[in-house]
Design a protein around this ligand. Structure first.
Ligand SMILES: [Fe+2]
Length: 229
């Protein structure tokens, strides 16, 4: 694999947690909040699907007729995350995340990302792509919703109790997720950078951004590749 070309961004991601930067700027990274806002309408749906009792249903490798499976993506991100020499090529910036795009297996989209203390993505999905990520350094928190949410035809959802899960992912840990996965990823450390490797297949067609107020999940924005490429 050729070494990545490091890129830097002058600002951290603009998500509700941690606080938004004062001057959000467009960013090439799909996890960055950017682009035009598509306001949610007044329609309200209620999601009270049962939360899975246990396990990681969204992380179960599913057969993929074409393309790259969850297993392949997870193997790939773990392998890259363990490549200390490659990971060390990513410059760190105390003021914001940095990232480098890599060629993932089977035409997948892959990103090596650094997370300064206190940065995060905000709630989002992956536009129907499945994916995986692994921690190369430090520790990340993933907060996710356990139901497979219907992603079309609603603007706000009232979530049932117990549908949120939080995982602490230390160095070496990895996660795979299916096409309906909704989550946010955070570095809650007060002092330490984290670095993680991410891959998606198919390459992200769009990302939906959500806000969360108590049990209410609201669609705030839909981003397309032209807004981060
Ligand atoms: Fe994500």
């Amino acid at each position: 694999m050729p070494p990545p070309r490091p890129r830097r961004t002058p600002h951290p991601p603009s998500r509700p947690h941690p606080p938004r930067p004062r001057t959000p700027r467009p960013s090439p990274h799909p996890h960055h909040h950017t682009g035009s806002r598509r306001r949610a309408g007044a329609r309200r749906a209620v999601w009270r699907g049962p939360a899975p009792a246990s396990g990681r249903p969204e992380a179960t490798p599913a057969p993929q007729g074409n393309g790259t499976s969850l297993t392949e993506l997870l193997d790939y991100v773990r392998r890259v995350a363990a490549d200390a020499a490659l990971v060390a090529t990513l410059p760190l910036d105390p003021e914001g995340r940095t990232w480098s795009r890599l060629e993932g297996p089977g035409g997948s989209e892959a990103w090596l990302i650094s997370w300064p203390p206190g940065t995060g993505t905000g709630w989002h999905d992956h536009g129907g792509s499945h994916g995986a990520f692994a921690i190369a350094d430090g520790e990340l928190i993933e907060q996710s919703l356990t139901p497979q949410l219907p992603t079309e035809g609603w603007k706000t959802l009232e979530l049932a109790e117990g549908v949120e899960r939080q995982r602490t992912l230390p160095r070496g840990d990895g996660r795979a997720f299916g096409p309906h996965h909704v989550h946010q990823v955070l570095n809650l450390s007060a002092q330490r950078h984290a670095i993680s490797m991410h891959a998606y297949y198919p390459p992200l067609p769009l990302m939906r951004r959500y806000s969360r107020t108590g049990p209410v999940l609201r669609l705030e924005q839909v981003e397309h590749p032209g807004e981060w490429a």
